[in-house]
Each structure stands twice: as C-alpha cells, then as structure tokens.
Design a protein around this ligand. Structure first.
Ligand code: IPM
Ligand code: MG
Length: 365
C-alpha cells in the first residue's frame, strides 16, 4: 500500500464565532481528505480569551509548541468584551500578535475578490465593484504593532501614550519581494502604499520598495499615500492588482477593501514566514452574534483553500473549495451578513454544509 501523506495542522478555534466557522471549515477538509487520500492530522489548541480562561494566558507555551510542530495553523478568531479590561499582556489579541511574532509570519496576504453573485451585497455601485480581484500584501511583524518604546507613562504630571513606528530596510525588502513575486504571477502591477510625505519610516519604505523593484523590470510599480489609497479603493478599486503596505495601513485598508466584496465575512488570509504559515479569516470574533448560528463561515473556508494551495501545493483541491463557494452563492444560500431579498437566508451550519455538498460533487465528478 502506498504511504498516505499526512499534513499536520494546528487548529485554534479561539473566541466568539471562531469555533463555529472553524467547525464548518474542518468539514470541507474532511471531504477533501476522503476523496484525495491525503490525510490531515488536525490537533486543536487553546488560544485567545479561551486560553486565558482555561490557563491564565492567551498564548500558552503548549499552543505555541503545537503551532511550531505543525505544517500549517488554522485560526478562527480571538477577542471579546469579556477580556477587554485585562492588561495588554493578557488580552486575546496578544495571542495572535505573539503567534505572528514568534513564528515570524511577516507576510500577510489578503485577497479581495468580488463574487458575481454577491455584487448587490456590496454597498457600492455594481460598476465599481464588478470583477474586483486585488491582493493586499500587508507587512505583519513590524510597525507600531511591535516597535519600542511603547506604553502609557506619566510625564510632568500627565499620562502620555507612546508607540513607535519602526522599519528596518531588511524588513521592507523581504515584504517587497513577496509582493513583487506575487505581482509576477498576476497582473504585474504593484502599488506600494505609504505616508512618505509625513513619516520618515515610510520614506525609507518607499526608497527600499523602489530599489527592490529594479530586480523586477516586468512589474509596473507605483506609489500612493495611504489617505489617497483609502479614497481610491472606493472610487476606482479596479485600478489595483497587488497592494503592498505597512502593518497598520494594511490592517485598516483591508477592512475597507472587504466591503467591496459585500461583507468582511467573505475574506480569507494567509500569514507567511520563512517556514511557518497561518490561515485565518480577516473578520474578528464578532461576540454580538457568537453562538447563534449567524456567522458567515466562507472567509474561514476560503482560508482553508489558501492553505491547501500555498502550504500543501494542492492547487486543484484549493480551487475546488473556491468553486464550491461560488456554487453555494449561485444556489442562493446567504448568511445574514450577505443576505438580500429573494435569497435563501441560512445559518452558519447550513452554509458550511452547502459548501461541503458542492465540494463533494466537484471532487467526485
Ligand atoms: C487583523 C486584526 C488584528 C490586527 C487584531 C485582532 C490584533 O484586526 O488581523 O486585521 O490588528 O492585526
Ligand atoms: Mg484588522
């Protein structure tokens, strides 16, 4: 008998709607495993508020060890009002930032694709969001997120809050390379977003991206200030192919760009380092709808597709998941966030099972 391949996946459901969307994503993975003969060894770990509740810290050593011993990490979401009053070090968000830092996940890929069947779910006009297919490459381990000094201190009798935006040229070069390489596989257009008119750190960003671009003569490189980019994403998003930007700007612009697709619940992401890789939807834990079978699992399911393609080289299977998502939308199933009149509003589980049904059909075709 031939050896079955087994990919090791660390699964961190986390908080809020995390566990619900992860459950549906794992059903898709099971369907792939059954038909492909490739097995996935999934091991679950605690992270975020769930970990703080269980063992007093958001990123326990055992979870970090599990992530390190895996070929890829799948993560639902972290955070919630229950933990908001805790000191920074104990907050659920620290787990995510800790994983990014400790695993060296410096490149965050956030594809923004407008599905034809969801065009009307976007608050923007159809002609603006039609055929949108752009990729935001967000630097993920630098900027004010990690720069020091940081904190709140007392100076001359009043509280002063400090964060530091810091980028080394090496950090900029490596994310620029990821973005240029990606642009080469797509429309060969890269827009680097900064605030070089005000921030020295991003003047360096602009300089280093320009230097790196000399190694990629086939990619047309442009630069844009972040405030203008925020406007252009709404005015004419079709002008973008790949956007590369800093950690903080990428955080903000990717939430904005998600609305081109109709809902933030639709967007997957991949966070990549030299070796490690983590896949998660870009939405948060949405505590207001948690546990009520209302969450949209498609961003999480599409994150599994990214994992199959990027970490496991399973292009065909990744594509099948994306096709299954398109089919379920075409069939008319909608979670509440993307619901429109005349469509069939369903819960998280029914949406997940709808995708699995189409996926099985596609896989055994
Ligand atoms: C994201 C999130 C995180 C971030 C939070 C939860 C720490 O908003 O992944 O975009 O700011 O990076
Ligand atoms: Mg964000």
């Amino acid at each position: 008998m031939m050896d079955k391949k087994a990919f090791r996946i660390a699964v961190f459901p986390g908080d809020g709607i995390g566990p619900e969307v992860v459950r549906e994503a794992l059903k898709c993975l099971a369907a792939i495993s059954e038909t492909s003969g490739i097995s996935f060894q999934t091991r679950e770990g605690l992270i975020g508020g769930a970990a703080t509740d269980a063992c007093g810290m958001p990123l326990p050593e055992s979870s970090l060890a599990l992530a390190r011993a895996s070929d890829a990490v799948l993560l639902g979401a972290v955070g919630g009002p229950k933990w908001e009053a805790l000191p920074y070090d104990l907050r659920p968000e620290r787990a995510l930032l800790g994983l990014r830092e400790k695993l060296g996940l410096f490149a965050n890929l956030r594809p923004v694709i407008a599905h034809a069947d969801l065009i009307d779910a976007s608050p923007l006009k159809t002609h603006i969001v039609q055929d949108i297919d752009l990729m935001i490459v967000r630097e993920l381990t630098g900027d004010a997120y990690f720069g020091k000094p940081r904190g709140i201190r007392i100076e001359e009798g009043q509280r002063v809050g400090v964060n530091t935006i810091l980028y080394t040229e090496e950090e900029i070069r490596r994310i620029a390379k990821v973005a240029f390489d990606l642009a080469m596989t797509r429309g060969r257009k890269l827009c680097s977003v900064d605030k070089a008119n005000v921030l020295e750190s991003t003047q360096l960003w602009r300089d280093v991206v320009t230097e790196t671009g000399r190694e990629y003569p086939d990619v047309s490189l442009s630069h844009m200030y972040v405030d203008n980019c925020a406007m252009q994403l709404i005015r004419n998003p079709a002008q973008f192919d790949v956007i590369v930007t800093t950690n903080m700007f990428g955080d903000i612009l990717s939430d904005e760009a998600s609305m081109l697709t109709g809902s933030i619940g639709m967007l997957p992401s991949a966070s990549l380092g030299e070796r490690a890789a983590l896949y998660e939807p870009i939405h948060g834990s949405a505590p207001d709808i948690a546990g009520r079978d209302l969450a949209n699992p498609l961003g999480m399911i599409l994150s599994v597709a990214m994992m199959l393609r990027i970490s496991f080289g399973m292009q065909a299977e990744g594509k099948r998941i994306e096709e299954a998502v398109r089919s379920v939308l075409k069939e008319g199933l909608r979670t509440r966030d993307i619901h429109q009149d005349g469509k069939n509003q369903v819960g998280t589980t029914a949406m997940g099972e709808g995708v699995v049904k189409h996926l099985r059909a596609l896989l055994t075709r």
